[in-house]
Write a protein that binds this ligand. Structure first.
Ligand code: PEP
Ligand code: MG
Length: 553
């Protein structure tokens, strides 16, 4: 039996309430672009090294493909063929002969190939993004470090990373990943959102997780926001027992309702069509936020009208008679889309993103609205459409006018920039509804970058400053009689959800995994009670104090 001395622990911010036990595999650090140094080895030695690395990389890709199967296998086999492409290898040889090192020659040759593919456009351009991954794999082999990307393993493991790119998170194989720990990111960064949407046990912003090595045995307790390193037998037994009780909980899938019968529809936040099933199973009464940009993170060119229409048709057909709020592309900052031209901004969160980016590419926004209108005509869901990152009434009027041109009936905007809260009534004069994005609203109110773990403590929607802005929006909605939803991550915190209702939210939208707990908490409070709790939170002097006062009352 292991000693019962205090286990070393690392805390972070837990996503969800799950618990996982297992051994760690670390995500390899990204490969840096090799420097352009002068070659000292002979031409033949360098070429031989490249040939060996190319062969090993191709074999590894084929091996991984056979392990995962399905569509992923096709992608990996295609990559294995690209690695050995004779044109690229000829270019590598010429570059080495011209004095480059093997690493640099591989880097430059793949970059040249990438530009050529991009110029061809269409399918070839779509494959261009794969070349970065392929080149980095060969370079990793040349310098003798692990290949980049999500590690693969034949046994389930706990993935520990500095942070994940959105595309990496989307690709996670949930049959293998027991839990995710990142030292970077905050509670509303894309990694946390995707982890929440996949129902993955996760802890983000875990300072100190850099020191956890591959092979370490850990318990990941998301509810306690704690990572137990090399846990004791007692801790392991407790964790196993909690895992079993969590599996046994089967809550009734009733509609969201306060104890006095006030209806608060509980909706799902979705980022892909694969998540629909979980939302329906967990009793979502519709969709409160469909993040369309997540459909296109990997696309090199704008998606066609037909493919978009098909995606939206599938979404709407899954919720007959139910409300489905689809958000137009929210590109920029942490979610760049390759097909939208992006300036090299010093501070992209304050730059051209959301509706601002779509105004520059209005044809792409129009095509998306057309696809939504077509899918709407062919299905029975109650489609609502909204634009992200809207600053004021003029921007609202711009968007609603265009959306209505396509025959879309219910058109609104997200309230996630503080300015929109201050002029909420003006915005509601132009829109059918607003949906509060507490993730960005908190980021901009507290001047705390969502992607930075160093500012994670500021990214707390319990802060009275954030709650006061939400109240402005809630009051405006009550005054003009229009719906005010909340679709930021705040709605998935059961107690905060009650406070949000007290501030005027008429619907709440969250990752499906949070529906059960939020539904249960709402049923314990009347509207008058929720309003009382909201006042208590508003008068607190910090986020922590607001939460404590509400818990204690
Ligand atoms: C938000 O900002 O709260 C929101 C729901 O949008 P996203 O997280 O996609 O920026
Ligand atoms: Mg947002």
């Amino acid at each position: 039996m292991k000693g019962q001395s205090i286990t070393s622990r690392i805390s972070g911010i837990g996503i969800g309430r799950g618990i996982a036990i297992g051994s760690v595999i670390r995500m390899p650090d990204p490969i840096e672009d090799p420097q352009d140094l002068r070659r000292t080895a002979s031409v033949s030695d360098e070429i031989k090294r490249v040939e060996e690395s190319v062969a090993a990389t191709a074999a590894e890709l084929v091996r991984r493909g056979a392990l995962v199967g399905g569509e992923a296998q096709d992608v990996l086999v295609a990559e294995s063929l690209i690695v050995g492409d004779p044109t690229v290898l000829d270019d590598v040889r010429s570059l080495i002969e011209a004095g480059k090192t093997a690493e640099r020659a591989v880097f430059e040759a793949f970059r040249n190939f990438q530009s050529a593919l991009l110029q061809m456009g269409g399918y070839m351009a779509e494959r261009a993004a794969d070349l970065d991954d392929v080149a980095h794999r060969v370079i990793a082999h040349l310098i003798g470090v692990p290949a980049p990307g999500i590690p693969n393993s034949d046994h389930p493991f706990i993935l520990v990373a500095n942070d994940l790119a959105p595309a990496d998170t989307a690709m996670l194989d949930l049959s293998k990943i027991l839990a995710l720990v990142t030292s970077g990111g905050g509670p509303t960064a894309h990694t946390a959102i995707l982890a929440r949407s996949k129902g993955l046990v996760a802890i983000v912003a875990a300072h100190g997780a850099e020191s956890i090595s591959t092979g370490a045995q850990v318990i990941i307790d998301a509810a306690a926001s704690c990572i137990y390193l090399e846990p004791t037998d007692i801790e392991l037994a407790n964790a196993r027992e909690r895992q079993l009780t969590q599996k046994d909980v089967v809550a009734p899938l009733t509609p969201g309702e306060l104890s006095d019968g006030t209806r608060i529809p509980l909706l799902a936040n979705l980022g892909s069509l694969d998540e629909i099933e979980a939302a329906v199973t967990l009793g979502a009464e519709g969709v409160g936020l469909f993040r369309t940009e997540f459909l296109f993170l990997d696309e090199q060119s704008a998606p066609s009208l037909e493919s978009q229409t098909e995606d939206y048709r599938r979404l709407l057909a899954s919720f007959p008679g139910k409300k489905v709020v689809v958000r137009t592309l929210d590109a920029g900052a942490d979610k760049p889309l390759a097909f939208l031209q992006q300036d090299n901004e010093g501070n992209p969160a304050l730059g051209i993103r959301g509706l601002r980016a779509m105004r520059r590419a209005e044809n792409i926004m129009r095509q998306q609205l057309e696809a939504l209108a077509k899918a709407d005509q062919e299905t029975d869901a109650d489609l609502w459409v909204m634009a992200p990152m809207v600053a004021d009434a003029a921007e609202t009027a711009y968007f609603t006018k265009i959306a209505k041109e396509y025959g879309l009936k219910t058109v609104g905007v997200m309230a996630e920039i503080p300015s929109s809260a201050l002029v909420a009534e003006q915005i509601l004069a132009e829109a059918d509804f607003v949906s509060i994005g507490t993730n960005d609203l908190t980021q901009y109110t507290m001047a705390a970058d969502r992607e930075l773990n160093t500012t994670a403590s500021y990214q707390n929607p319990w802060h009275p400053a954030v709650l006061r802005l939400i109240k402005l929006i809630g009051d405006a909605g009550t005054h003009v009689g229009k719906p005010v939803g909340v679709c930021g991550e705040a709605a998935s915190d059961p107690l905060l959800a009650v406070v949000l209702v007290g501030l005027g939210a008429t619907t709440l939208s969250m990752a499906p995994a949070a529906l059960v707990d939020v539904r249960a908490e709402l049923s314990k409070h009347s509207l008058a009670d929720a309003q009382k709790l909201a006042l208590i939170a508003l008068s607190a002097t910090s986020a922590a104090a607001a939460r404590e006062k509400v818990i204690g009352s």
